[in-house]
Structures are given as structure tokens and as C-alpha cells.
Design a protein around this ligand. Structure first.
Ligand SMILES: Cc1ncc(COP(=O)(O)O)c(C=O)c1O
Length: 387
């Protein structure tokens, strides 16, 4: 593994950028995508009920009721026919799954060459760490306003596609909040079939949207492949249910891929503690708290629209809880907002790489609307005033 090539955490870089700079007003943190809404009410009672199970080693496949609840949710949400026994694995948060799935899908060589892993740019940094750790070459594919803020993987040269083993796609995307439509997914799966690579669909923001529920990878893949060939889709309770600290997500997809991943995880993967699996079962079975959660984000996006309106290329994203604002120089704006207004945001360039076609994040800041509404309004006022 090329340790020196690993990305430095955006938050380490942010701390360094703002080190020694005093906040001009009371601090409001909008840098981390950590929801501050209250966790759902059923958490404590469910843990208490299952307390004794902390004494047991959990099975890597998780308890059956959890897998059944996940399959039922996938059916409700995407109309996908999912076999709870063969198509689903619980994860200890999606991050570890997004990382370790690369080890079972990236071969030593592909068509006689070093395998490539295609990564949207900007991107969730874990993807690059996974590609590098699995011995692949990460290839960063820019997502810009011109490409609808999603990467155009078909634009990658054919010799690179020929050695591509895995493609990461985040929809709705962090940081831009763009959601793949049915055509986008269809084109991606056609490319996967042509060049024989696996699609890792990171859909952990799938339940945070303002208008339409974003279309999912599983629903579109079911159209052409009942066996969900070449697909692993990742979902999380962190954002959907305000349970980032529970560390609970799942991966669903092709049965052979899941079986391979299960074998790997059986000797090397973390297991979800049984009482936390029980909480997850209740969470995936309940929609009321998700609807209420979504309404809170909707209110904040409307407030943002009123305050930032037609500035900075403002748009309400199709999904996720981020504003992706074109401020000209993301680092300079970040320092200014902190120094003058105590508002902590993330420079877009800390989530993206320099490429031959430029760095698609460096003009932007990412603003996470994770605080309560009043705090959010105050922060938006300060942003509108200072920038
Ligand atoms: C794009 C993206 N993928 C995955 C994750 C990881 O989520 P989890 O809490 O399920 O590990 C995050 C968390 O912020 C994220 O932004």
C-alpha cells in the first residue's frame, strides 16, 4: 500500500488552516456532516431489552430479523426483490464496508495491467484509501456544473476502462447533492457490463431529499439483471435516522459478491453488536421518524434559499444536507467566515484532487445544514453578510 499517497483527512487540513485564527463570533460548526437532530425515541428501550446480548459474539451476517427488515425496506423504497439471506450484509457503518469491499473485488491484475478504481472528484476520502490499499490506481473523474455535478465515467479513456475493477458512485452525492437519474444509472450499468467492473453505489444520503426520493441503483439494476450483477449498494442509518454514533449500515447486491464479501468478513470484518442490530431493525422498519427528519432539512433548505437565493450558484440539492457554494476561493472564504463570523465550513478543495482538467472543488465551500433551525438561520445570515 502506498501510505504516502493516502489522502489527508479534510478535517485535519481544516484544523491546520484555522489554527491560531480566533472566531469573530460564537462558533457554529457546519464543517462536519454529523446530524445534530435528536436520535429516534426507540433507541434506549430497544437496547435495554437486548442488554444481555452484549455478552454474545454477533454473527457476521447479523441477526435474521435485521436482514428481513432491510430487505423489506428495500422493497418498499425501491421495489427491489431482495433475498434477506443472500443479498444483504450488515455493516458497522457504511464507511468500513466501502473500504473493505475493495479487497474482494480488485484483482491483482486486470487484462494484464494494474487495476484502476474510478472515483468521483470531489469524493468521500475513504474511496481513495480503499483503492490504494487494494493495490489499484485511483482515477479521479471530475464532477462539475457542466456534468451535472456527477462524474461522466463514459469519458474515461477505453484503455483505462479496460483495466477498471471498481467504480465508486455517490448518489445523492457528497458534497454536491446531485442525484443520478434513471438514465445515468442505466448508462453506468451498461458500461459496467461492457468493461466488467463492479459498481459501488454509496447511497447513504438516499433518504435526505426535498422533493422526489432519489432513484436507487438497486431499482435500476433490477431492470436488466435480476441477479444484480456487478452491483453493491451501500446504505446507512447515520443520516437517515440521526444515528451516526450507532455505526450501522448495510450492503446489498449480487449474491456471489455478497457471499465473497461475507467469507472475507467472517475472518476479518467487524460485527455489529446484537443490541445495536436490534435498534437497527426497528429503525429500518419505521418511516415516521425519517419523514419528520426530512421535514427539518426541508425547512433549513428553504431558509437557505431565502437568505442566499441567487448568490454563489445556490441550488437546493436533489439530496443530502449540504450547500455547495461557489465562492471563488474556498480556502479564503473559509478563513474569512471563521475570522469574521465564527462559522466553520469546509473548503471544497479538501474533498477533491488536482487533475489535468483542474480541481473541481477549489472554488467551493461545503456547508452542512446539520444544526437546529435557529442556529442554522443565524449562520446563514452571517454567511450572507460576510461573503
Ligand atoms: C458520502 C459518504 N459515504 C459514506 C459515509 C459514511 O457513513 P457511515 O456513518 O454509515 O459510516 C459518509 C459519512 O459522512 C459519507 O458522507
Amino acid at each position: 500500500m502506498q501510505f504516502d499517497a493516502l489522502p489527508v483527512s479534510p478535517f485535519t487540513r481544516l484544523n491546520k488552516l484555522l489554527d491560531g485564527v480566533e472566531p469573530g463570533l460564537s462558533a457554529i460548526t457546519m464543517a462536519v456532516g454529523e446530524p445534530q437532530h435528536a436520535p429516534p425515541g426507540f433507541v434506549l428501550a430497544t437496547i435495554e431489552k437486548h442488554l444481555a446480548e452484549f455478552g454474545k459474539y454477533p454473527p457476521i451476517i447479523g441477526p435474521e430479523p435485521l436482514r428481513v427488515a432491510i430487505a423489506a425496506w428495500l422493497k418498499r423504497r425501491y421495489g427491489a426483490q431482495i433475498d434477506a439471506a443472500r443479498h444483504v450484509l450488515p455493516l458497522v457503518g457504511t464507511r468500513e464496508g466501502l473500504f473493505s469491499a475493495a479487497f474482494v473485488t480488485v484483482p491483482d491484475q486486470k487484462n494484464g495491467k494494474q487495476p484502476a478504481v474510478l472515483i468521483p472528484n470531489p469524493f468521500y476520502q475513504c474511496y481513495a484509501a480503499a483503492a490504494l490499499s487494494a493495490g489499484a490506481e485511483p482515477i479521479y473523474v471530475n464532477a462539475t456544473r457542466e456534468t451535472g455535478f456527477l462524474p461522466d465515467f463514459a469519458s474515461v479513456p477505453r484503455d483505462v476502462l479496460a483495466r477498471t475493477a471498481v467504480v465508486y458512485i455517490c448518489s445523492p452525492s457528497n458534497p454536491e447533492g446531485a442525484a443520478a437519474d434513471a438514465d445515468y444509472w442505466r448508462r453506468l450499468f451498461a458500461l459496467a457490463d461492457e468493461f466488467d467492473f463492479t459498481v459501488f453505489a454509496d447511497e447513504c444520503y438516499a433518504e435526505i431529499y426535498t422533493e422526489r426520493p432519489p432513484i436507487g441503483a438497486l431499482e435500476i439494476r433490477s431492470e436488466t439483471s435480476r441477479s444484480l450483477e456487478r452491483l453493491l449498494a451501500f446504505h446507512s442509518l447515520s443520516k437517515r435516522s440521526n444515528l451516526a454514533g450507532l455505526r450501522s449500515g448495510f450492503v446489498a447486491g449480487n449474491a456471489e459478491l455478497i457471499a465473497r464479501f461475507r467469507e472475507f468478513r467472517n475472518v476479518a470484518g467487524p460485527q455489529l453488536p446484537l443490541p445495536l442490530a436490534a435498534v437497527s431493525t426497528v429503525a429500518w422498519s419505521d418511516e415516521a421518524h425519517v419523514v419528520a427528519n426530512r421535514a427539518l432539512y426541508g425547512e433549513k433548505f428553504r431558509a437557505a434559499q431565502a437568505k442566499l437565493g441567487n448568490r454563489f450558484g445556490f441550488r437546493i440539492p436533489a439530496g443530502s444536507f449540504f450547500l455547495w457554494l461557489d465562492v471563488g476561493d474556498g480556502e479564503a472564504a473559509t478563513v474569512k467566515l471563521w475570522r469574521e463570523g465564527g462559522v466553520r465550513v469546509l473548503p471544497g478543495g479538501y474533498l477533491s484532487k488536482d487533475t489535468a482538467a483542474g480541481n473541481p472543488g477549489k472554488n467551493f465551500i461545503r456547508v452542512a445544514l446539520v444544526n437546529e433551525i435557529e442556529t442554522t438561520r443565524e449562520a446563514l445570515d452571517r454567511i450572507a453578510r460576510i461573503l
